[in-house]
Structures are given as C-alpha cells and as structure tokens.
Design a protein. Structure first.
Length: 345
C-alpha cells in the first residue's frame, strides 16, 4: 500500500479550510498532521466545524514559529487571506510541495498584482516557480510542479467555459462574461454586504471592471490560445450560500450549430471527468458540494454564442480543485477522494 501523503493545512477555520478538511479527512491516501487557526488554537476541528463533529480527533494549532522544521510534511495547503502566504511559503523546507488557495501567486506581473490586490508582491523570485492550477488545461505541468497557484473561483468557472473556444481560434470581437456567486465566496467572517438579512433577498453587482480575477483570466487565456479579444467581466451577488453561475457571450468568425459546439466541448474535455457538457442550462444545485463543472453552449445564426458554466465556488472553485491538483502532483488518479454527487433541490 502506498504511503499516505502527510498534509498541513494553514488556515483551517474558514470556508476553504473547512472544505479541505471535509474532503481530505476521507481521502484514502491522505493524512492531515497539522491544521492551523490561530484564533481557534486548542479547539477541536469538530467544535469549530460542526459538520465534522465526531469524525476526527484533530485540533487546531497555532502556526509553527519555525516553518523550516516541517520536514515530516509532504504538502502544505494555504487557505489564508490574500497576502499572508507571500512570506510564509518562503520559510518552508525547500522540498515541500505547496498548494496556495489565495491569490498571492496567480499573477505573474508584480505591477498588475499590486493594482488588483492592493499589495506589494514580496516573493517575485518564488512566483516564477508557481504553476497555475487549472487542472483541465494545465494537467501536464501540474504533475511536475512543486508549487501550485490554485485558481480563483470566478476564474475557474470562466476559464473552463472559454478555454475550448479560445483554443479553437474561432473567436472574434468582444467577450462578455456575466458571473454570479453565492455568499460563501465572501469568506466566513461577516461583513455588512454579506450579512444574511442583507443578502437573502438582494441582488447586486460589485467590483465593476476591478475584480481581482480579471488579470488571472486574461493571463491564462493567453496561455491557452491566441487571445487578444476585448474582454468584459462583471460579477454579481446571488442570494444563495454556494455556487457560481457564469454566462459568457461570444462572437465567432463562422456560424456554429449547437451540435458543432457540443462536439467541440466534448472533444476538448474528453479526458476531464469533472467537466460535464449538459443540455439546456447547468444548475448550481447539480454541482453544489461537488468538484464538477457543468457547461452548456448555444448559438444563433448570427455567429453569436453563449456558454453557461456552473461550479461550487468552495469545491471546484477552491478546495476540490486543490485536492485534484494534489492527486496529480503525487501520481494519483485525479478523481481520488473527489467523487461525490450534488443535490437535486
């Protein structure tokens, strides 16, 4: 039997950390040996995350003062607020694999990072060693990587919807993405605009033209194909707790039928278990709590296309994709520990 992968989770008390715990506690090849949450140090995981009550004896710990001593760890997941992993990852043992769920290492250009994250990038040399972890488009590089920058949730839904069309070379004109997310995307700490009475019956746009996932999306689309299109990306708040739904409006150089589109997407994702090409429209209920991305594409006779995609922002958009990448980094089937269904209602 293969030795279990020894895992540290930095930042286990938030929604992303909670999902990492939910998945990895039942991953047959994984053993969590450290989970940090400074404000909950000494508390049991099940006391903080009640869905895990009685399922583990793990306790939250403070982050070790000397990270260089973590020689018994194979991989460290960072589920911390933006900016915190920049210094911490540099202190780790050089042979330790890292998967960062924040935005700290997604953007190659330091000036662009500063513009969108309002932070100075303090690890530019280390940045060059990070591989972008969109599994379905970067699988080969991920298998060889030591450092993974896990994609953002909006970026995951948008890139999976757009990559086949960008790769095809058939796009022209403007790309418009209208994306909507549930409240868990704002994190576990309450804020005025995510408080339940405000959010439950509301719908609004936020960060117009300024969302931090915009440069990440554009950067990776240029790696996928010849991407020089005018790109407009808008985000909205949905009155649900989990899920992202992205509507992507495209123009093509030729007319494509619905059958053409279905064949194009199914061929592009033929080796990608977690991308499902569906008829009609995806539904966030079908992907909720799963690692699936559901996609549907439609066309009209005017060379116009709409592509819909739906993911769970905390799983395929965060923790699930991170575990999928871990599986590849350690030579496992990428589905390991990740096959579970969504709900119907």
């Amino acid at each position: 039997m293969q030795r279990k992968i020894k895992i540290a989770i930095f930042g286990g008390s938030g929604y992303g950390g909670s999902e990492l715990l939910r998945i990895l506690l039942f991953h047959l090849n994984a053993e969590i040996v450290l989970v940090t949450a400074n404000e909950h140090a000494g508390k049991s995981v099940g006391e903080v995350h009640r869905n895990l009550f009685g399922l583990t004896d793990l306790k939250f710990e403070k982050s070790p003062e000397d990270l260089a001593e973590l020689e018994n760890i194979d991989v460290a997941f960072f589920a911390l607020p933006h900016g915190q992993a920049l210094s911490l990852i540099q202190q780790l043992p050089k042979n330790l694999k890292v998967i960062d769920l924040s935005g700290d290492f997604r953007i190659n250009d330091g000036d662009v990072f500063r513009e969108f994250y309002k932070l100075e990038h303090t690890a530019t040399d280390l940045q060059k060693e990070f591989v972008y972890g969109l599994t379905e488009t970067n699988r080969e590089a991920i298998t060889q990587a030591q450092y993974i920058a896990n994609p953002g949730c909006f970026a995951t839904a948008t890139l999976l919807a757009l990559a086949p069309m960008v790769k095809s070379g058939l796009l022209t004109g403007k790309i418009i993405v209208d994306a909507k997310t549930g409240s868990s995307g704002s994190g576990a700490k309450a804020a005025a605009n995510t408080h339940h009475p405000q959010r439950m019956n509301s719908f609004y746009a936020y960060k117009p033209f300024q969302h931090q996932h915009v440069p990440e999306i554009e950067q990776h689309l240029k790696a996928v194909g010849a991407f020089e299109n005018n790109f407009v990306f808008m985000t909205h708040s949905l009155p649900v707790s989990r899920g992202i739904f992205a509507s992507c409006y495209l123009e093509t150089t030729v007319n494509l039928t619905g059958e053409d589109l279905k064949n194009l997407y199914e061929l592009f994702y033929k080796d990608s278990f977690f991308v499902r090409v569906v008829d009609g429209s995806p539904d966030i209920n079908w992907v909720k709590t799963t690692n699936f991305c559901d996609i549907a594409a439609h066309s009209n006779p005017n060379k116009q296309i709409v592509v819909f995609s739906a993911i769970d922002n905390l799983v395929k958009g965060a923790a699930g994709q991170a575990v999928q990448n871990m599986n590849l980094m350690f030579g496992l089937d990428e589905k390991t520990g990740l096959v579970f269904t969504g709900s119907n209602p």
